[in-house]
Design a binder for this molecule. Structure first.
Ligand code: A2P
Length: 318
């Protein structure tokens, strides 16, 4: 088993393991995420679990962690991230939403808590949300101040955001007492996030890449270019005797990101973990750089559901 605890140092000094397991299951069936997390931790060496209240799977993650701890895995060796959903941005809603997550996960602290999207929604909103489900956005700093209190109370170790652009992060950065130390966004070879990566290195923010394989599992995914069928990645995979998925994941790591691929297939989970024993060279990286299409796939599908928001406005032109 590879040592997947190697990680990125955050501003707090905590180290976030570079490879995590995603727990969103578009075609959810009970028990699957429990098995995924357990297998990832016990058999494949994953030490980072990416969760969210919205995924509806945190109880199952909690069951898996409980079993893993009973089998000798130590709490301090597992990194757990969760995210605050868009219905809980009002200051009085933050702590109760967080406590529900903590209870579902069966933990007494989590390592990282993120604002899931910079969009505020009415409680019990439809899925996808309707126009009248949108509330005037709660300024991120108001939500953030409540999240800072969770850190003060030792319930959360680090704070961050998801689906924010550098423009939105910088605004929050200027106002925040505890600075955002992680941004989680879609990133893969067709969506390389060069501008955000540059901003992150300036501010020493760690970027976590979700959908690092291009998010092929989205139920409403229209026909779009597929990362795993990209000819350049396929060619490079042949050169190293690796799979195209492994090359895409390795690229994410070499771009300095932490990566959280999703799979419910236990064999592919093991495959995705074997990415520390090869290194893309400068020719490979140049070839992959030329493949950038600034193409958000998963996040664009989500955004399309967020009626009324154009990509140009939402992503601040990034
Ligand atoms: P499956 O669960 O059947 O393995 P992302 O993490 O970029 O959002 O991508 C998730 C999608 O990629 C899922 O459809 C998952 O399907 C698929 N996937 C995950 N790992 C691999 C892999 N090693 N090779 C091919 N497809 C993969």
């Amino acid at each position: 088993m590879q040592d997947l605890s190697v990680g990125m140092s955050l501003m707090s000094g905590d180290v976030m393991p570079r490879l995590g397991v995603g727990t969103w299951a578009p075609a959810y069936s009970p028990g699957v995420i429990r098995d995924v997390v357990l297998h990832a931790v016990l058999n494949c060496g994953y030490r980072h679990v990416d969760c969210a209240g919205f995924y509806g799977t945190e109880r199952e993650v909690g069951e898996a962690l409980k079993e893993a701890f009973a089998k000798g895995i130590r709490r301090q060796d597992i990194w757990v991230t969760s995210k605050l959903w868009c219905t809980f941005h009002a200051p009085e809603d933050v702590r109760p939403a967080f406590m529900r997550t903590l209870e579902d996960l069966g933990l007494d602290y989590i390592d990282l808590y993120l604002i899931h999207w910079p969009v505020s929604l009415r409680k019990n909103h439809a899925l996808p949300p309707r126009a009248d489900d949108f509330l005037p956005p709660v300024p991120a700093i108001q939500t953030w101040k409540e999240m800072e209190k969770l850190v003060d109370g030792n319930l959360v170790k680090n704070l961050g955001v998801s689906n924010f652009t550098s423009v939105k992060i910088e605004k929050l950065w200027m106002e925040a007492r505890i600075k955002p130390s992680v941004v989680q966004v879609e990133m893969h070879p067709l969506c390389q996030q060069a501008k955000l990566r540059e901003y992150c290195s300036l501010r020493r923010i760690c970027l976590t890449a979700y959908s690092p394989l291009g998010g092929n599992d989205h139920p409403t995914r229209p026909s779009m270019p597929n990362v795993l069928q990209n000819a350049t990645l396929n060619r490079i995979a042949g050169k190293y005797n690796k799979t195209t998925a492994q090359v895409a994941l390795r690229w994410g790591l070499q771009m300095g990101a932490t990566i959280i691929p999703k799979t419910t297939n236990l064999q592919r989970m093991a495959e995705n973990s074997k990415i520390l024993d090869f290194c893309l060279d400068s020719d490979d990286l140049a070839s992959i750089a030329a493949e950038d299409q600034h193409m958000r796939i998963s996040s664009q599908i989500m955004l399309n559901k967020f009626t009324g928001l154009t990509p140009e406005v939402f992503w601040d032109g990034e």
